[in-house]
Design a protein around this ligand. Structure first.
Ligand code: KIV
Length: 267
């Protein structure tokens, strides 16, 4: 039987039915194929590619062309899950026309199913213009890494009442504008619970606790490819850096000792 393709509509039904949504980042064909076959609901081609793929300290340097390269590789690996692509820093903040042009490029040049952008009221005109063109939009509130130099720290957001109130109002605005889902990053669990209960669209959390309608993690963190990044919210399901290092050390030793290739591994 051909598995059912995940759509934004199916995600809404999952929330209504109380079924949690699984989301993971991916940036290339091979991992996207593995995750799609494992049954993931949503792949996010995150601008975290700037950190984990390109080695930058922040998400700010990655370009729209680079995001398009990653997203089109991911799309070639999936046949079932929904693929959402981050609009990178600088590709939507100046005005809504620029935002629409960037979103259209992503949709046309990658074949992805929607875009994600960071912010609430301040990007609402762009959100509405992209939605009006028929492009599904996912919001992102709380810790928004593209604003890291404004925050000055990656610590938990919206602990104070004023910031929490703005987050709740932004979430409602994003829903009313027509977004199909919202990511909440690194905020108190009870605040995320309140937002999820007040919205009919899915709320996907990262460091936002168990009451969200779904969870997202960066693949390098979940698989233990990174060793340095260990925030409290992260559950590391594998220690992949260990077997990879051991395998490559073994290979180096085999090459040096002339053990590889053997008679059976040559023509
Ligand atoms: O870029 C990214 O990976 C993200 C997730 C952390 C939600 O935006």
């Amino acid at each position: 039987m051909v598995p059912k393709k995940i759509t934004t509509h199916i995600l809404q039904n999952m929330k209504a039915a109380g079924e949690k949504i699984s989301m993971i980042t991916a940036y290339d064909f091979s991992f996207a194929k593995l995750f799609d076959r494992a049954g993931i609901d949503v792949i996010l081609v995150g601008d975290s590619a700037s950190n984990v793929m390109a080695g930058h300290e922040t998400t700010l340097p990655i370009t729209l062309d680079q995001m398009i390269y990653h997203a089109s590789s991911v799309i070639r690996g999936v046949s079932r899950c929904l693929v959402v692509v981050d609009l990178p820093f600088g590709s939507y903040q100046s005005n809504s026309k620029e935002a629409l042009i960037s979103a259209v490029r992503i949709m046309k040049e990658t074949g992805a199913h929607g875009v994600k952008l960071e912010g609430g009221e301040e990007v609402m005109e762009s959100v509405k213009r992209i939605l009006a063109a028929g492009v599904p939009v996912m919001g992102h509130l709380g810790l928004t890494p593209q604003s890291i130099y404004k925050f000055g720290t990656y610590s938990v957001r919206a602990k104070e009442e004023t910031e929490a109130a703005k987050l709740k109002s932004d979430a409602k605005m994003l829903e009313e504008a027509g977004c199909f889902a919202i990511v909440l990053e690194k905020i108190p669990a009870l605040l995320a619970k309140e937002v999820a209960e007040n919205l009919s669209i899915p709320v996907i959390g990262i460091g936002a606790g168990k009451y969200c309608d779904g969870q997202v993690l960066v693949m390098h963190d979940l698989l233990g490819i990174n060793t340095e990044f260990k925030p409290r919210f992260l559950r590391q399901y594998l220690n992949l850096h260990e077997p990879i290092t051991a395998a490559v050390e073994h290979y180096i030793a085999d090459v040096k000792s002339n053990d590889f290739p053997s008679e059976h591994e040559q023509y």
